[in-house]
Design a protein around this ligand. Structure first.
Ligand code: SAM
Length: 140
């Protein structure tokens, strides 16, 4: 899912080049906000992995960054669709305007998940403070 057509076109090209036609036919791309993921995820499917790559598209429109409000809605949707034993992976960038605010929202969201049901970790480069961070939310 992406709200920027060029991003989906690039992804589609990479998939065409790197997957066999048999595998490629299993991948669908959606021009839509990730907060609406429940509209395309079939309700009877146990989702095992949700991957977010936040921020802006390098070489694309820098104004089209992911934003805290819709990212929070998307995280809540991901939490609802994820099956036990599943993982939410979030790459979050802090180097652009609005990035640190979005990171803090993601971190607060992860910190509030109940420890009985979730294992939440953050991977951060200590010697490069503005490097992207990876947040992993594992549902027990
Ligand atoms: C770091 S790029 C990732 C591009 C591509 N998805 C990838 O992983 O290679 C972040 C992308 O988020 C997209 N984006 C911004 N707001 C969004 C939203 N509300 N829902 C889905 N995608 C969004 C941007 O258009 C941009 O392409």
């Amino acid at each position: 899912m992406d709200i920027q057509k060029v991003s989906l076109e690039t992804t589609s090209l990479l998939l065409d080049q790197s997957l066999t036609p048999d595998l490629r036919k299993h991948v669908e791309l959606f021009l839509m906000c990730h907060s609406k993921m429940e509209e395309v995820v079939p309700s009877d499917v146990a989702v095992r992995l949700v991957v977010f790559n936040l921020g802006y598209l390098p070489g694309g429109q820098k104004a089209l960054i992911t934003r805290s409000e819709t990212t929070l809605l998307a995280l809540e949707a991901a939490k609802r669709v994820l099956a036990p034993g599943g993982l939410i992976s979030i790459v979050v960038y802090v180097g652009h305007p609005g990035g640190r605010e979005e990171f803090e929202m993601v971190q607060a969201f992860a910190s509030e998940l109940p420890v009985q049901n979730w294992v939440c970790t953050k991977l951060q480069m200590l010697n490069r403070p503005s490097a992207p961070m990876i947040i992993l939310l594992y549902r027990r």
